[in-house]
Every structure is written in C-alpha cells, then in structure tokens.
Design a protein around this ligand. Structure first.
Ligand code: MG
Length: 362
C-alpha cells in the first residue's frame, strides 16, 4: 500500500439559499478536494472546506498544508503502517484541522478499500442508516417559520434552528413562530453559535423551558473559549447543552467533560483533524457515558460522507447533522452516501464508495 501521489484541486458549488448563523453567511460551498493514489492505482478521496471563522483555515492555507507539509510526509510511505502515519500527520503542523481531516479521510477511504468493507464497517460499525436533521438559517421569525414548514414537508422531522443574533426576545419569537407552524411532534434542536453571553443563555433557555417548546438540546450557547461560561449555562438550565466550537481536540473534550461544562459534544472531522482523532474523542466521551452528535461544516457529499461513516461506526454518536450536501445546487460526487429525504444510507462498495469525482462547480 505504497502512497504514490497526493493531489489537490478546488471546487465551488453555490447554495440553494444562503446559510446564515450567528457567525457568518455562506452563499457558496468552497472546498479543497484531495486525491491520494497508491502504487496499485487505487484512489482515496478527501475534502476540506475553508471555514476561517471556526477553524481559521482558508483555501490557500489548506492547499499549503496539504501540498507543502503533508504530501512530502506521505509520498512513498506504506499505508499498512498507518498508526505512525496518522501520528506524523498530526504532529507535522499545529491547528489546520480541516486540511488534516481531508488527508485523513482519504487514507481511511484507502484502508477500508483494502479491507474490502464500507468505511463504517471497517471502523466496526453496524448502523447502516442514519437520520439527519435540516438546518433553519437565522432570519426573521416569519421567514424561519416558512422555511421550517418547507423542510418538514420535504420529509425532515428533526430541525436544527440557528439562533443567537439580536435580542433574546427575537430568538424566543423565532422558536415560537416555528413551533406554532410545525406542531408538537417535530424535534427542535437549537444552535446559538456562541451568540449569547452566559447570563443571556440562561435567560433564553429558561424561557424556552417555561414556554414548553420542547427543545432537544442547545448547541454552543456561549463563546468557544469560555468553558466556565458554558459550565454556568449547563448548571443553571435543564435542556441539555452541547459543546461544538468549544471542542476541537481530545484535550478540549477532556476539559469540558471533566469540568461537566456540557452534557453533549458535537464531534466534527473538520475540528478534530479527521477520523483518527475523532475516534479518540468519541471513545473518551463514551467512557463517561456521554452521547455525541456528528455534524459538518458547509461541506459537499464527500466530506459529509466520511463524517457519516464515522458517526455510523460509534454507538455513542446518536445525533446526526448531515444536511449540508442537500443545501447545494450541484453534486460533484458519483457514488458515496445516498439521501432519501432525511434518511442516509451507505453503499456496499468498499471505503467511502466514491465512484467518480467530477471537477468543477461554478
Ligand atoms: Mg454548531
């Protein structure tokens, strides 16, 4: 399993509707795709989006990391000895977690191909089907309620609602408007994307509890670095609190878990630096009986597919946020995960099951 080439190329796909959170608005899904080829001709694929507001990475920085730092480490190496390869990948450069994730998932694609198993099975998983939520971007209450109804009519029974901009009273109005039109049976989870102060978060979440809006959990209420603030929110509310931007590495996860600063963790390959590290975070959480979600950035079906295989392999990952490919106007991937409404299924093909990657986009 000698690695012969590592190549990168850029893709850009417009979104059907702007994706708006407390942190950013996205109109186009940009990404670097990576293709790693073995001497026997087999190819593994990976993806990294430039989510600079979260990971600090740009298209140029991802290209630099892969082309200048990781590629020289990988060429000529034998993938059979992958444990030391993954470690050298992570030690070669600090941060740059999405660039690492792109390379890592391409290597896992090849390892699972070698084993002749779909990646989730190679990782020991048995979940052959996942249900994703769909994200309602933050807008006026009326627009959000209209969007929510549309997603429900398209078969999504779990909605993730972006909040955390403007006043608390606006966020309450948003949830109220959505709950009124979708009825009581649709699951609602919220994501404030660091938009509240700890006290605002407690005030907002307490009101949501009193209004009986039946919220499944609230993601990242406060600033990523404010773990004490996150703990304050977790201790003063009843709705489960999930850490997202606060947890990139296993060290972050350890701190959050040991401080009891959150009830749940959102593990993303783009924050962890790929599957190798994400597996460690999931294991740590499992040892504390903590459930997790796996989500993605604004990624195409390639990156989200790898995340879905990872999520399907872990018993304590029970929430799935894999709607990003559904927001795109175009799909460059032939093969890979399959969507049917909110349902995601895996092919029997080995690895990520990618048949062909079309170059391009806008
Ligand atoms: Mg989030």
């Amino acid at each position: 399993m000698i690695i012969r080439t590592v190549e990168t190329f850029r893709v850009a796909i417009p979104l059907k509707k702007p994706f708006k959170t407390a942190l950013r608005t996205v109109n186009v899904a940009d990404a670097i795709y990576v293709r790693i080829q073995l001497e026997d001709g087999r190819e593994g694929y990976g993806e990294a989006p430039p989510t600079h507001v979260i990971t600090g990475e740009s298209l140029a920085s991802i290209e630099f990391a892969i082309e200048e730092v990781f590629k020289p480490l990988l060429i000529g190496k034998d993938l059979r000895f992958h444990e030391s390869l993954f470690q050298s990948l992570h030690h070669a450069m600090t941060h740059n977690t999405s660039a690492k994730a792109a390379v890592d998932m391409a290597l896992y694609d090849l390892l699972a191909q070698e084993a002749g198993l779909p990646l989730y099975q190679y990782l020991g998983g048995a979940k052959s089907e996942l249900t994703t939520d769909y994200t309602v971007s933050v807008n006026t209450p009326t627009e959000m309620a209209n969007d929510a109804v549309g997603y429900v009519l398209n078969g999504f029974h779990i909605l993730k609602v972006k909040v955390g901009t403007g006043e608390i009273v606006d966020d309450i109005k948003r949830i109220k408007a959505i709950r009124e039109v979708i009825g009581p049976d649709i699951k609602l989870r919220l994501d404030a994307n660091q938009g509240w102060t700890p006290k605002e978060a407690v005030r907002a979440i307490t009101q949501l509890e009193q209004e009986n809006f039946n919220i499944e959990f609230v993601e990242q209420p406060v600033l990523a670095h404010d773990i004490e603030g996150l703990k304050y929110v977790t201790q003063h509310t009843l709705i489960p609190i999930m850490a997202d931007e606060s947890v990139f590495s296993i060290y972050d996860a350890k701190r959050v878990i040991e401080m009891r600063a959150a009830d749940l963790i959102n593990i993303k390959l783009m924050k962890a630096g790929g599957i190798y590290q994400a597996l460690k975070i999931a294991s740590l959480a499992a040892s504390y009986d903590m459930d997790c979600m796996t989500g993605s950035m604004i990624e195409t079906k390639l990156g989200v597919g790898a995340a879905a295989h990872f999520a399907a392999s872990q018993t304590n990952i029970i929430y799935y946020d894999f709607d990003a490919p559904l927001m795109l106007k175009q799909d460059l991937i032939q093969g890979g995960i399959q969507y049917e409404g909110a349902k995601i299924t895996f092919r029997t093909a080995p690895g990520l099951g990618i048949e062909r990657v079309n170059k391009g986009g806008i």
